[in-house]
Design a binder for this molecule. Structure first.
Ligand SMILES: Cc1cc2nc3c(=O)[nH]c(=O)nc-3n(C[C@H](O)[C@H](O)[C@H](O)COP(=O)(O)O)c2cc1C
Length: 320
């Protein structure tokens, strides 16, 4: 099967693969740039970044991307949502992906800045609304995804509903961890896929070795659903901190800089994500997709090699 290009507005990616944005500081400029250089689309997880930091990460990604497509991902739930979007548009980012809540205003900002907005949704209804408001493409994310989840339904169930509802490029996300799943998505009518979990094991991914080790050792039973103070469930690998969450014994936040528009204040998810990003896994949350344990080769390797592996798997799957 010859893989199609992925067209979003005026942008053409040579490969129908988007590396999903991962906060906090898991997909930074180094990973996004390395992925973009392969012809796929690289995404910086911008939630939790300061504006200056984001500008720097965009520059890093641009230099590495050699003309490839680089975007950012920002959670609507983040208090600095508007500032991050404006910063990225000013820095001439190629596209902006947004999920974890729904913003109407972002489409106007995108139009004014000539920047395509891609909405991450989990229902056909929200996909239709995004299309009406001016989205350039839709990512349909199923319950198999890592991080915050907008649904308990499989991507394979929601995808056809969304595809029928809109006339935009539709990208499937959640549990697509190898080339066989990529081929399955394309055969189901997807214009592309978004993959995140697979890219955590890239050399260029900013997660520390202790974090990547959790990915390498994760078994099916280690991947669990937690409740996030954002008001959504999330998918993560069990850590000592996550065990506390599951037992309702999570530590109360010590301070708060009100990083979220709405927060239950049950615990500080920002601090827990920062802790794991800094290697303090026992006090942290390690987000992951449902099928991390299905990744056959869990060695850490360059992002370009991961993309090459996925393409090889896709080729093998399409001749079966
Ligand atoms: C470590 C990690 C962090 C994530 N952070 C974000 C995020 O900040 N914003 C977002 O929209 N999605 C986030 N996601 C979801 C991914 O972008 C992606 O859509 C999803 O994980 C795809 O499923 P897969 O991981 O099975 O490939 C995250 C996923 C992971 C694994």
């Amino acid at each position: 099967m010859k893989l199609p290009q992925l067209k979003i507005d005026g942008l053409t990616a040579q490969l129908p693969i988007i590396q999903g944005g991962m906060a906090v500081r898991i997909s930074t400029g180094a990973l996004a740039g390395a992925v973009a250089k392969t012809g796929a689309i690289g995404i910086i997880g911008a939630s939790g970044m300061a504006f200056d930091e984001l500008r720097r990460e965009i520059e890093i990604a641009r230099e590495l991307a050699a003309g490839g497509i680089v975007g950012i991902n920002i959670m609507f739930a983040a208090r600095e949502f508007v500032g991050i979007v404006q910063t990225a548009i000013k820095a001439k980012i190629d596209l902006i992906m947004t999920g974890a809540g729904f913003s109407r205003d972002i489409f106007k900002m995108g139009q004014d800045g000539n920047t395509p907005i891609v909405s991450i949704v989990s229902t056909a209804r929200l996909a239709e609304t995004a299309q009406k408001l001016g989205a350039a493409a839709i990512v349909v994310e199923g319950k198999e995804a890592g991080g915050h989840l907008g649904t308990d339904q499989s991507v394979w169930k929601i995808f056809p509903e969304v595809k029928k509802a809109v006339g935009l490029p539709v990208i499937a996300a959640g549990g697509i961890i190898n080339g066989a799943e990529l081929v399955r998505a394309l055969k189901a009518g997807a214009d592309g896929v978004q993959m995140a979990t697979r890219f955590v094991l890239a050399e260029e991914c900013a997660a520390p070795p202790e974090y990547k080790k959790r990915y390498q050792e994760a078994r099916k039973e280690d991947v669990v659903i937690i409740s996030s103070p954002v008001g959504m469930p999330g998918r993560a690998i069990k850590t000592a901190f996550v065990e506390k969450l599951l037992a309702n014994k999570e530590p109360r936040p010590i301070g708060c800089d009100f990083c979220l528009k709405n927060c239950s204040l049950k615990y500080c998810i920002f601090q827990a994500l920062i802790n794991s990003q800094k290697g303090d896994i026992d006090h942290g949350i390690v987000f992951s997709g449902e099928y991390v344990w299905k990744i056959k080769d869990r060695t850490v390797k360059p992002a370009a090699q991961i993309v090459a592996d996925v393409l090889k798997e896709a080729e093998e799957a399409s001749v079966l």
